[in-house]
Design a protein around this ligand. Structure first.
Ligand SMILES: Cc1cc2nc3c(=O)[nH]c(=O)nc-3n(C[C@H](O)[C@H](O)[C@H](O)COP(=O)(O)OP(=O)(O)OC[C@H]3O[C@@H](n4cnc5c(N)ncnc54)[C@H](O)[C@@H]3O)c2cc1C
Length: 260
């Protein structure tokens, strides 16, 4: 069984978000980490490998420095790693990103593809289902539990107050939630081996069935006009009033602020 996990290198926003003067993210100024949902997706794949002996391949599209993140995945237990990197692929929106990654996946044998539900920088949750669409695969999103049963997967799909259990024949694509599991740590031996392993590097010309009209900034129907950090407002005002008084109080405040 071949499992492919799409992992994205993202800025660690815990340390605060830094922007370039043109409003784009200043990624060089921020620590880069493996996207949390993707790490849970990788852990889920490694647990299936522990049980079934499956082969786990990690794939990323990004800057050459994403090599570090791929070696972290190898040190956690992934078997192979692929870096798709090329200046011509830069500035991609989700359409261009998913078109490019799907083209890379056509070069790899897969029974199961796992992506994160969402990346903590773009936050669109679009790439996973888009990849499935490009490859003509069924997709189960918001996975909080994954089991392999013969040639199928059984997934618990998260809802607010319940979950649905969905069974799908492989090949298929699943988007993972970080609630899925507690990812394992890299082992010292794993780190050692990871730096011996070769990371496969693909550029634009290694990607077949991919139209230039669908790559990079030029191939992106969505342009990020400007991104800015949200303005942190002061703490709200807490008042302890009975329901009737609360209504009068709120109406008074709304009038005071000329909202009504
Ligand atoms: C603040 C901000 C807002 C943006 N808004 C938009 C927007 O509204 N529309 C738009 O089209 N683009 C937008 N982008 C660009 C978008 O971030 C990029 O296209 C990005 O490559 C993919 O989208 P995402 O980060 O939302 O990923 P998501 O769709 O949230 O990612 C879901 C999963 O797909 C996989 N994945 C995503 N990117 C990669 C990768 N490069 N390599 C491997 N796996 C990957 C991961 O498993 C990830 O968990 C925005 C970027 C920023 C920084």
């Amino acid at each position: 069984m071949n499992i492919v996990v799409c992992i994205k290198q993202v800025p660690d926003t815990k340390g605060g978000v830094k922007f370039n003067p043109d409003g784009t993210l200043d990624r060089a100024a921020m620590l880069a980490i493996m996207n949390p949902d993707d790490k849970a997706g990788l852990e889920a794949a490694l647990r299936i490998k522990d049980e079934t002996g499956a082969k786990v391949t990690v794939v990323t599209m990004g800057l050459p420095k994403a090599d570090d993140m791929l070696r972290e995945a190898l040190a956690m237990g992934a078997d192979e790693a692929v870096l798709i990197t090329d200046r011509r692929l830069g500035g991609a929106d989700t359409w261009a990103t998913s078109s490019t990654i799907a083209a890379g996946l056509r070069n790899i044998d897969y029974d199961l593809i796992i992506t994160g539900r969402q990346a903590i920088d773009g936050d669109t949750a679009q790439v996973g289902p888009q990849i499935a669409e490009h490859l003509g695969l069924p997709v189960i999103s918001y996975a909080e539990n994954i089991k392999v049963e013969g040639d199928s997967v059984v997934v618990q799909r998260q809802y607010e107050d319940r979950y649905h259990e969905i069974k799908a024949k492989m090949p298929c694509l699943i988007t993972a939630l970080s609630e899925l599991n507690e990812p394992r740590y890299m082992t010292p031996g794993g780190i050692f081996d990871a730096f011996d392993k070769e990371v496969t590097v693909w550029g634009r010309d290694d990607l077949k069935d991919l139209d230039d009209a669908n790559i990079g900034l030029a191939g992106s129907p969505t342009k990020i006009a400007k991104a800015s950090d949200k303005v942190r407002k002061g703490a709200g005002e807490k008042v302890a009033l009975d329901p009737k008084e609360s209504v009068e109080y709120i109406v008074g405040k709304l009038k005071e602020k000329h909202v009504i």
